[in-house]
Design a protein around this ligand. Sequence first.
Ligand SMILES: Nc1ncnc2c1ncn2[C@@H]1O[C@H](COP(=O)(O)OP(=O)(O)OP(=O)(O)O)[C@@H](O)[C@H]1O
Ligand SMILES: [Mg+2]
Length: 302
Amino acid sequence: SVVKPTRTSRFTLNIKTPNVGQSLLESLAGLDKTIERLRVLIQKPFQNPEVFLALGVKPPKGVVIYGPPGVGKTVLATALAKESGLNVISLYGPSVISKVVGESSKAISSVFRLARDTAPCIILIDQIETIANRRASHSQGSGEQAHSFDRVLSTLLTEMDGVDILSQSSSKEEDGKFSDSIIILATTSHPHHLDPAILRPGRLDQHIFIPAPSSSQRVSILSKKCSQMKLSRDCKDRIPIIGAQLEGFSGADIANLCQEAALAALREDIEAEEVRLKHFQKALDCCRGSLVGWVARHPGGT
Ligand SMILES: Nc1ncnc2c1ncn2[C@@H]1O[C@H](COP(=O)(O)OP(=O)(O)OP(=O)(O)O)[C@@H](O)[C@H]1O
Ligand SMILES: [Mg+2]
């Protein structure tokens, strides 16, 4: 049965809501390999604990999904966390940061307390760079603010290390099911802003990169988005060509392009029954790929 999320000001707890991840996952295209890698990390240890125990492997403590904006990091992390069937605590980085000194640290501590009470569980941290910023990089803030940021980071580090100490000493570890595991699943589009301490082994040590979509991935994403629209025949046939042309478009940009094409059709005829090639051409005239600069700086996609 689905329990409604408990809302507090700073985070959301979803008590075991399997299957809701499915439709979210199905909305993504071109990420199959990444999905498989993430499933091995955050789902398989709980589905087949004996296999992992036999090899002496534990579930990871922390996974960070990084890559440029709009490539599906948040959707993917949310979908996989939900699909796992574990309890999920969701944190949105920017909303954890409070102007009141000490409040953010308290919020982090209460999240971990809740996590220990509801383990095995996943703590989803979206835009983690906002709470795990490099110590030196907030020198622009006032002394007190910078100090407060440092406190948030050290609380996060201490809590993450605490998880390990607890699970080593606890008797539950012997139950062969990783029932006291807490996995942190974080996303960021600014990995270089993260404090190196948080990326060390035993913390967020699994790094999953999602680059700007390749030509074939763009075709898959465009096909998926178009499968929800009524397209004219000539337009359908051109999807592979249009998709390949969209260098520098993220998944979010492609979704936006489809939206603009549909709007162009409706502007022409409010009772339009299908989207035609010319509507895509109009949309292409006004939509730009937000990752053009990123692609230029990362030839080869890395
Ligand atoms: N591979 C994809 N397949 C289908 N849709 C995608 C894909 N990537 C992105 N999208 C679309 O882009 C939207 C934004 O994705 P999401 O918020 O997960 O991006 P993000 O990587 O978290 O970006 P940011 O770094 O800005 O937070 C999604 O709702 C989805 O419609
Ligand atoms: Mg995001």
